[in-house]
Design a protein around this ligand. Structure first.
Ligand code: NAI
Ligand code: OAA
Length: 260
């Protein structure tokens, strides 16, 4: 039997994931949209309240962002439905983290954090079982990728001629201030030494066309630097294609575990 899922959102990441479902033995039973965007005509139906789900899905996939995860994640988990999310930075908000944990305990369900636009997290997890001296993350995107973020308050993004750092601080601070741009910072922090110990720098750079992510770790294990230059999704270039692809890979992995 196909895996039954409901997807939150219909932006760049959701569109990519939907396009891959047919090959994965996965059926979308509902799209979860903002209130006022529901319609009875579509298949699968659009709903804004998880209590209106037509069937019990095996999984809710959050492609909607921090607010969407905070709103729908606890409801799904408390109903006993696993949730997969790419919005890892939402966990930087302690209230959101607690409500997800409480709901998961109540419903006996799990929150699955996908790796998103970054890789190398397995190495970081291993490294973090020994003493770690430092984990740092540098996120570098073309200036357009920072529109709608706090970068706008400190930089004239459209007039930049050279790379400019607009944020230095912890992963928790980055994730809270940049909900659409610092989920990788949170992924690195959660795989490594935590949101308050991981150092983050965010850079607008007119000389690059990709979204560049650089992770450096130093500790008992040795040192490692991992860099990835991710192509943006056509519909939203600030989001790397790999973020959407990591959801597809996680779905394929889940299918393998249940025997497809
Ligand atoms: N872990 C990672 O590497 C990455 C994570 N992300 C996360 O993924 C999110 C989505 O990215 P994109 O698809 O590029 O964004 P997008 O802006 O193209 O799409 C977001 C969609 O979510 C919907 N939405 C927002 N709030 C909602 C709610 N409360 N209920 C239902 N739908 C809601 C919007 O209407 C829109 O359809 C980002 O906001 C970010 O949190 C994005 C890029 C990388
Ligand atoms: O997609 C990317 O390149 C990274 C991103 O937006 C995030 O970390 O939230």
């Amino acid at each position: 039997m196909d895996l039954r899922i409901a997807i939150i959102g219909h932006g760049a990441i959701a569109v990519h994931v939907r396009g891959k479902l047919a090959g994965l033995h996965v059926t979308e039973i509902a799209q979860i949209v903002r209130p006022g965007k529901e319609s009875g005509e579509d298949a699968p139906p659009r709903i804004s309240d998880l209590n209106d789900l037509p069937l019990h899905p095996d999984l809710v996939i959050d492609c909607g962002g921090h607010q969407a995860l905070a709103q729908h994640g606890p409801v799904a988990l408390a109903l006993g439905i696993d949730v997969m999310t790419v919005s890892l930075g939402a966990l930087a908000d302690r209230q959101v983290e607690q409500s997800l944990k409480d709901a998961a305990t109540k419903g006996g369900a799990r929150l699955h954090l996908v790796s998103g636009a970054i890789g190398g997290l397995d190495a970081l997890r291993g490294a973090s079982t020994g003493a770690i001296i430092e984990v740092s993350y540098i996120g570098r995107k073309p200036p357009g990728g920072w529109h709608g973020s706090p970068a706008e308050a400190v930089l004239d993004l459209d007039a930049l001629t050279e790379a400019a750092t607009h944020f230095s601080g912890t992963a928790r601070e980055a994730a809270l201030a940049y909900p659409k741009n610092a989920n990788v910072a949170a992924a690195v922090a959660l795989a490594g030494i935590g949101l308050d110990q991981t150092q983050v720098q965010l850079i607008a750079d007119p000389t690059v066309t990709e979204n560049l992510h650089e992770v450096t770790a130093k500790g008992d294990f040795g040192t490692f630097t991992f860099t990835i230059a991710g192509n943006g999704l056509p519909q939203n270039p600030r989001s790397s294609s790999l973020a959407a692809m990591s959801i597809v890979a996680a779905l394929a992995e889940r299918q393998k575990q249940i025997g497809f």
